[in-house]
Design a protein around this ligand. Structure first.
Ligand code: NI
Length: 167
C-alpha cells in the first residue's frame, strides 16, 4: 500500500491540461494502484492523476450503484472520452483537492464514456447518478477544471454540518 499526496486547489498543476497516457506499463499500474490506495484512504468517490501530481489522462471512479450484498468497486478510466450524456441532476459536490468545501452543481444524470483499461484495451462504461457525476467531475480534472467553476452556490456551514446544537 502506498499513499500519494493529494494536492489542493492552490496548486497550479490542477489547472493544466493533462497529456494522454501512451505507455501501459508497470509505472502506470503502480500509479493506478497507489491512486486506489489514496482514494480509499481519503474516503472519496473519485480521483484524477493530476490530483496526485501526475499530468496524465487517468482517473478512478468508485461505482457506488451496486446491489446491497455486493461491494462497491473502482473503475479505472485511462484517456477517457465522454460519448453521451443525458438527463439532469442537481446536487452537492466536493473534491479531495478542495477539502471541507461543497457546492451545488448541475450535471447530467447519465453518462456514457469510452476509455482504455490499464492494459490499453478500449471499453465503454455507463454511469448513473453519483457515478455519472463522478465520471464528469474526474474528466474535468484532466482538462484543468475544478467543480468550483460550475457551482451554482457553495453550501453553508450549517448545510454541511447540520444545525448547531441548541443550548
Ligand atoms: Ni475532484
Amino acid at each position: 500500500m502506498a499513499l500519494r499526496n493529494i494536492v489542493t486547489k492552490e496548486d497550479k498543476i490542477l489547472y493544466k491540461v493533462c497529456r494522454p497516457v501512451v505507455k501501459f506499463n508497470d509505472r502506470l499500474h503502480q500509479l493506478l494502484d497507489d491512486m486506489a490506495d489514496t482514494l480509499s484512504d481519503a474516503g472519496g468517490v473519485g480521483l484524477a492523476a493530476p490530483q496526485v501530481g501526475v499530468l496524465r489522462r487517468a482517473v478512478l471512479v468508485l461505482e457506488t450503484n451496486v446491489e446491497e450484498d455486493e461491494d462497491e468497486f473502482i473503475i479505472e478510466l485511462i484517456n477517457p472520452e465522454i460519448l453521451e450524456t443525458s438527463g439532469e441532476q442537481v446536487g452537492a459536490e466536493g473534491c479531495l483537492s478542495v477539502p471541507g468545501e461543497y457546492g451545488v452543481v448541475r450535471r447530467p444524470d447519465h453518462v456514457k464514456v469510452k476509455a482504455q483499461d490499464r492494459f490499453g484495451e478500449w471499453f465503454e462504461y455507463e454511469g448513473e447518478g453519483l457515478t455519472a457525476r463522478c465520471i464528469l467531475h474526474e474528466c474535468d480534472h484532466l482538462d484543468g477544471h475544478l467543480f468550483l467553476e460550475k457551482c451554482e452556490r457553495m453550501l453553508t456551514e450549517e448545510e454541511i454540518n447540520g444545525p448547531a446544537e441548541e443550548e
